[in-house]
Design a protein around this ligand. Structure first.
Ligand SMILES: [Zn+2]
Length: 412
């Protein structure tokens, strides 16, 4: 299973390398001291849907193996609702999906077995990537996010139709209600917002109207960048650094400044605010019932913010996630140390826990060849995270960890 199959949430800015490089980080003396976690270092793992589909005895054996290795948090990938390969009833009814076990409720059973071993379960969902088969799109076609597709943005057409517009309150309520159903029916230990973002910027009628009320023509803004995606990312990145420079978590300064685009900045800020509002609502709801909220985020900040509105620095500093798990899969040891140090500096003073994400690769080709290729490499990455004082490490993913891997990380 490759990462795309696992996540079912493809997309986002196809950028590599630390975008913090060359941007004068760290910035302030007060922000350079890494947070020292008062809690013991923990280990968690994202988990494929296959874990949920295991028969009870097999599931119990696997949970025992993972717990023996010290993995105390699992974020299993739940199906995207209403996708063609999923029975909608699975999401809320949960019966009859495992051959030979017609009365087995996969979610409930998984949570109960996990608790036998002291393992917490955060059900992982891909939020606004609800799938083009979602009936809500038949009833409310205006909820479909409209991604730009001209010029440099043709890649976004691949995602067109799968995402609800995360800016629309109706879409937020739809996603929130589905998550609330999970919370109330299964009472997991938490909800995990997978790679939380908006896909890319949306120019649907709703977004156009909302921005017009503020005097902005976002379709005109978009047209300015139709053939200049790099300039969009660069301008948006500088907007974020300028904004955070005022707040002091970064020092403002770039090597190749571009003219400020005040209109683009206001559009980006509005999108961040809307997405943050949704997350804060989910955070308050889960905490109201004694649960946690965690998420997966990309490591490069702020370059992904102009597209996906994924401002994890704000979320971490404001503490609206319990665990922020950063997808550092391709990092070599020195790069991982750098990313961790930069992230700790950016998050200093915040209350969200910071868990770097480390991937176990299995294969000589494709993206997995850039992930850890041995138990020793995996252990080295975990050691780096622990030595850096992070709150934990999140492994990608439980299905890729064999006995030797589990033995290698057991003592951390
Ligand atoms: Zn929209």
């Amino acid at each position: 299973m490759n990462r795309r199959d696992f996540l079912r949430t493809a997309g986002g800015a196809a950028l590599t390398g630390s975008l913090l490089a060359g941007m004068n980080l760290p910035a302030t003396a007060s922000a350079t001291k890494p947070k020292t976690s008062p809690q013991p270092f923990r280990k968690g793992a994202w988990a494929p849907r296959a874990l949920i589909h295991r028969a009870p005895d097999s599931l119990r054996q696997r949970m025992a193996e993972l717990a023996e290795a010290g993995i105390s948090l699992l974020a299993p990938c739940i199906p995207v609702p209403y996708s063609p390969w999923n029975d909608p009833d699975y999401y809320t009814g949960g019966t009859g999906v495992i051959e030979g076990y017609p009365d087995w409720n996969p979610f409930q059973g998984m949570i109960e077995i996990a608790h036998e071993f002291g393992t917490e379960i955060h059900l992982m969902t891909s939020c606004f990537n609800i799938g083009r088969e979602a009936p809500i799109f038949q009833d409310h076609p205006e909820m479909v996010a409209q991604f730009p597709s001209a010029g440099d943005w043709s890649w976004a057409a691949r995602k067109q139709g799968n995402y609800a517009c995360g800016m629309q309150l109706r879409a937020q309520k739809y996603v929130f209600d589905r998550l609330r159903t999970l919370v109330e029916r299964y009472h997991p230990d938490g909800i995990h917002l997978d790679y939380i973002r908006t896909g890319t910027q949306c120019v649907c009628d709703y977004c156009v109207e909302q921005m017009a009320r503020q005097g902005l023509d976002i379709r005109a803004i978009q047209r300015r960048y139709d053939d200049q995606r790099d300039l969009w990312l660069h301008t948006g990145t500088q907007h974020m650094l300028r904004k955070y420079g005022v707040l002091k978590p970064v020092s403002w300064g770039v090597q190749e400044p571009v003219p400020d685009d005040e209109e683009l900045g206001r559009w980006i800020d509005w999108r961040i605010d809307r997405l943050t509002g949704f997350i804060a609502q989910m955070y308050n709801y889960t905490h109201k019932y004694g649960m946690e909220l965690s998420c997966a985020v990309k490591f490069f900040w702020p370059a992904q913010v102009p597209t996906g509105a994924q401002d994890w620095v704000r979320w971490g500093r404001e503490g609206i996630f319990d665990q922020m798990c950063q997808m550092d899969y391709d990092r070599r040891p020195d790069e991982l140390r750098t990313v961790i140090r930069e992230s700790q500096e950016l998050l200093a003073g915040g209350t969200s826990q910071y868990w770097p994400g480390v991937a176990r690769g299995r294969g000589a080709t494709g993206e997995q060849k850039r992930w850890c290729q041995s138990p020793q490499e995996l252990a080295e990455r975990v050691q780096i995270c622990k030595d850096a004082g992070t709150d934990g490490v999140m492994l990608f993913h439980s299905g890729l960890l064999d006995d030797d891997d589990l033995a290698a990380i057991k003592d951390f």
